[in-house]
Design a protein around this ligand. Structure first.
Ligand code: ZN
Length: 105
């Protein structure tokens, strides 16, 4: 088996699982319900992991993961760069914290 993904991003994990289900890619999730155990074991070990059961699916599975990463990082929650001063701003801000230029659409 090969570990494809280790993330505490529930949305990413859920999206990956449903894509894999749809494509018939055999996978296994570890630590999925480890959330309640945080505090007893180091956080990184409690992080949910997505494992590929059959390595013959590796290239397909890798493509799915990388396209999901692109999709999810390209949404409203992504950080944005100010068009005027190039400063990086958090997704929650509608104006550049440095020069107060409005967030571009
Ligand atoms: Zn700015």
């Amino acid at each position: 088996m090969i570990k494809l993904l280790s993330t505490d991003d529930a949305l990413l994990m859920q999206s990956a699982k449903s894509e894999f289900d749809a494509l018939g890619i055999p996978y296994l999730v570890k630590n999925e319900f480890a959330g309640g155990a945080v505090g007893e074991i180091p956080w990184i070990e409690a992080c949910p992991e997505l494992w590929l059961v059959d390595v013959s699916w590796l290239s397909r599975a890798t493509m799915v993961i990388s396209s999901l990463n692109d999709t999810l990082s390209d949404n409203d929650f992504a950080e944005w760069h100010c068009t005027v001063c190039e400063e990086k701003n958090g997704a929650a801000f509608d104006f550049c914290w440095q020069c107060e230029t409005a967030k571009p659409n």
